[in-house]
Design a protein around this ligand. Structure first.
Ligand code: UT7
Length: 321
């Protein structure tokens, strides 16, 4: 039995924010942002919630797969920007979609979240725990972004991407790897509530994303090529066998450096960071949906997905489309 992606979907807020606009908020410029990141604009919520965006992307993925909400028996949402601590985003999406037969839960593996969700779904399908899973990566990073911090506010965007993965006779998910290094968690973090109760005085101020950009950059350009090689080894395939590499969209310079290190043409790395910025857990599934809808994924061809981010975490998947 294989686990195969049968449909994809995505949702991006209509509100597109340019670098020019951001340069009215902080000391930066369109030239600097484009040159250092490749980002020209990003979609920012004008009120769409994390649940609304996730449900919209999920609905499109179900339509694309040609199945109904009742067919879904597992919903996993990867996010770091849930609307509520409880219930989970996945349970709220279940309610929105009427997917009453599904078990639903969230995971937090930051920008690697969709890769971790794929691994979980594959394991559930292989062990008979489920047949059809709806996987969603969604972020409203704009609400945990400090809009006065030029180190971070230029980078992030909002949006959601989704995929339906189901038990299939034909090949699909071939190999997955994942990893974490909690000792380096401090380089990319966002504080939640601290303990504030009758016995402890907490800090009730809001936490925002903090990032040591250069450290994360160095981690990404070393770790992602390693994990791509590792997943290919696990799947008994070579770099040359792969048609497309869909990477977490954090910075165009990171993508270029990874392609260079792997000695692969940049054309094999679809990009949307220019229009979406970094949407963390949503980035890989949004790019997957865009690539799918453009007709660039052909049956029988191999695709590698890879993500990296806070935790630190990383993950990669080898798929036969
Ligand atoms: O999804 C999670 C993963 N996150 C990432 O992958 C992010 C990885 N890191 C990066 O993409 C890059 O490190 C950044 C884009 C965040 C920063 O680019 P950089 O080339 O590493 O710049 P830097 O932080 O080393 O800063 C270089 C200079 C500094 O000025 P001085 O000290 O050289 O005078 C900064 O103060 O650029 C300055 N700077 C800016 N200038 C204009 C930093 N941010 C800005 C800005 N506009 N927005």
């Amino acid at each position: 039995m294989h686990a195969k992606i049968m449909g994809t979907g995505s949702y991006l807020p209509d509100n597109q924010v340019t670098n020019h606009y951001i340069s009215t908020l902080v000391d930066t410029s369109d030239e600097w942002i484009k040159e250092r990141t490749g980002i020209a604009s990003r979609h920012i919520s004008t009120g769409e919630t994390t649940v609304e965006m996730a449900a919209a992307a999920g609905k499109k993925a179900l339509e694309d797969a040609g199945i109904g909400a009742l067919d879904v028996d597992l919903i996993i949402v990867a996010t770091v920007s849930a609307d509520h601590l409880l219930p989970s985003t996945a349970c709220s999406v279940q309610k929105e979609l009427g997917a009453v037969n599904a078990a639903a839960f969230d995971i937090n593996a930051a920008c690697s979240g969709f890769l971790f969700a794929l691994n979980i779904a594959d394991s559930y399908i292989q062990t008979g725990m489920c047949r059809t899973a709806l996987l969603i990566g969604v972020e409203t990073l704009s609400k945990i972004t400090n809009w006065n911090d030029r180190n971070t506010c230029i980078l992030f965007g909002d949006g959601a991407g989704a995929a339906v993965i189901t038990a299939s006779e034909t090949p699909g998910f071939m190999a997955g790897i994942q990893g974490s290094d909690g000792a380096r968690g401090h380089v990319l973090s966002c504080r939640g509530r601290t303990t504030d109760n009758p016995f402890a005085d907490g800090d009730l101020s809001l936490g925002y994303i903090y990032m040591d950009g250069p450290e994360v950059f160095k981690f990404a350009v070393k770790k992602v090529p390693e994990c791509i090689q590792e997943v290919l080894e696990k799947g008994n395939r070579n770099l040359e066998d792969v048609s497309l590499f869909l990477l977490h969209q954090a910075n165009f310079r990171i993508i270029k450096s990874i392609a260079h290190r792997l000695r692969l043409p940049l054309e094999k790395f679809p990009v949307n960071v220019d229009e979406c910025g970094n949407t963390s857990a949503a980035s890989v599934p949004i790019l997957l949906d865009e690539t799918n809808k453009k007709g660039l994924l052909h049956s029988g061809e191999l695709v590698v997905l890879a993500g990296f981010g806070a935790g630190l975490t990383w993950g990669a998947a080898l798929l036969e489309w």
